[in-house]
Design a protein around this ligand. Structure first.
Ligand code: HEM
Length: 472
């Protein structure tokens, strides 16, 4: 890789290196240039920001840095256009108005009402497991979160259709990111998939329409769609069907895999740090006994909180997201024209040694004293577009992990290759997460593992001891 003009933080290279391996590409740029960098190919650039200073610059100024999560909008009046009209693609007043309308189902009072339903789904999942089995925890968490997200969004009584919508959303989101690269990279293979994307969008939209019709024809439930159907703006206007479709698709896409990957990484990190896991089980036992957690109890386990914070720091499910400049702008040493793509990255921002000492070690105890500067720790982004579902996600995870750990000890199958790669902006365990289930009476053990996850975490023996000693 060659550097660009003297002092400019620009690496010349293939823009396609970014979608090919976003995590490695961002890491290289950060190591080469620091907190602001650009990748350039034949005059086309993608800009990157890392760390609190530039995260603040980009995330706190939504007027200059527009959100355009789904860059392929499709023809006017197409399903693709409607599906990409949700919060993640809205800006300005339209974003503010819709954010207020979408917020109600994610307020604390609404979230409390979902908790028992989630606890029940978690219990159903673990009742199907047996000690002695080996299961792919990544697949288990994906399936489970598909069920949870379907139920939350569309009601606990429409499983089959909700499930279909979940699968259709997942492949539509993935295709959007593949084809979306074609916006700033001209590649014939990418653009050829455009028709495929439009067909996927038609299919997904017709399923969501069926669900909306069903919801309209039955008494309102406690699900998000029922609440959105009743939502009104300050002028008393509700959402059109097109708007509902856009918000439902985005909510589904934003909630399902992010939470599933976060659960999988947390289980993985705990299994590799037996002393932390043992301490955590003791905390859970002290707070819950053998019962499922209530909504209040999910907030009463400080070690669980630290474990999740650390897990979301070191293997952040959101690896990156992007903005597009609405006007020419100076971003530190970079002059960006209107329409420039700017990428920000929780994954890389969480690894700055000056803020997070020994960044590659899983040390939940650091959160006893660590209070990072604003915009340094951003698993849910920050500022006016902070993840609207962050409290719901935390409640879901804090309900699910105890339900699993009350019944089983999990350990990765020895010598498994655990890979962490970015798919559709998320850090995913792409080679699965094979884990052995042992009864709750046995000890946690941390066998040796392989795979590129070891590029992202430092599993030195003794980490867990230190973490527990400091937590004690
Ligand atoms: C652990 C799970 C989750 C993680 C790590 C996560 C992460 C994020 C991040 C990083 C963003 C900012 C994206 C950007 O600005 O480009 C975001 C936005 C968003 N998230 Fe989440 N999220 C999670 C769960 C959820 C859930 C459960 C929901 C809803 C059911 C949700 C709905 C949204 C929405 C609607 C936005 C867009 C907000 C806006 O632009 O105003 N997320 N999330």
């Amino acid at each position: 890789m060659t550097t660009g003009p003297l002092f400019a933080p620009v690496s010349e290279g293939r823009l396609l290196d970014f979608p090919a391996d976003p995590a490695a590409c961002m890491r290289r740029l950060y190591e080469t240039h620091g907190e602001v960098a650009a990748l350039e190919e034949r005059g086309q650039r993608i800009a990157f920001v890392f760390g609190p200073h530039y995260n603040h610059r980009v995330l706190s100024d939504p007027q200059t840095f527009h959100s355009q999560f789904f860059p392929i909008r499709g023809p006017r009046n197409s399903a693709q256009r409607r599906l990409t009209s949700g919060l993640l693609n809205m800006n300005g007043d339209a974003h503010k108005r819709h954010r207020r309308m979408v917020a109600t189902p994610f307020q604390k009072s609404s979230i409390a009402g979902y908790q028992e339903g989630i606890a029940e789904l978690a219990r159903q999942m673990v009742w199907g497991w047996k000690a002695g089995e080996t299961r792919d925890m990544s697949r288990e968490m994906n399936d489970y979160m598909l069920r949870v997200t379907s139920s939350l969004l569309f009601g606990f009584d429409q499983h089959e259709l909700a499930y279909e919508i979940g699968h259709a959303t997942e492949s539509w989101v993935k295709l959007n990111h593949e084809v979306g690269m074609g916006v700033f990279v001209s590649d014939p293979d990418i653009t050829a998939s455009y028709g495929d994307l439009l067909r996927h969008a038609d299919d997904l939209e017709s399923r969501i329409r069926r669900m909306i019709d069903l919801r309209r024809s039955t008494p309102p439930g406690r699900d998000v769609l029922s609440l959105l159907l009743q939502a009104r703006d300050e002028n008393g206007a509700g959402m059109s069907d097109g708007e509902l479709i856009g918000q439902a698709a985005v909510l589904f896409g934003a909630a399902h895999l992010t939470t599933a990957h976060t659960l999988t990484w947390a289980l993985f990190l705990l299994s590799q740090h037996p002393d932390v896991a043992t301490e955590l089980v003791a905390e859970m036992h002290g707070t819950l006994g053998d019962a499922s957690p209530t909504f209040e109890q999910t907030e009463q386990m400080p070690l669980l909180n630290r474990v999740l914070k650390e897990s979301m720091r070191i293997l952040s499910a959101s690896a990156y997201s992007q903005r597009v400049t609405s006007e020419p702008v100076e971003l530190g040493p970079l002059s960006l024209p209107q329409g420039a793509v700017v990428v920000f990255s929780p994954l890389i921002s969480h690894r700055m040694p000056e803020i997070f000492a020994e960044p590659e070690r899983f040390l939940p105890s650091r959160w006893e004293t660590l209070n990072p500067p604003p915009y340094a720790y951003i698993p849910f982004a920050s500022g006016p577009r902070l993840c609207i579902g962050s409290s719901l996600a935390m409640m879901t995870i804090k309900t699910t992990l105890p339900t699993i750990l009350q019944r089983f000890r999990l350990s990765v199958v020895p010598d498994s290759a655990i890979d962490a790669r970015v798919i559709a902006t998320m850090l995913a365990p792409t080679a699965g997460m094979p884990m052995r289930l042992s009864p709750a009476t046995s000890q946690f053990t941390a066998p040796r593992i392989a795979g590129n996850v070891l590029d992202w975490i430092d599993l030195q023996p003794g980490d867990e001891d230190r973490a527990v000693q400091r937590a004690a």
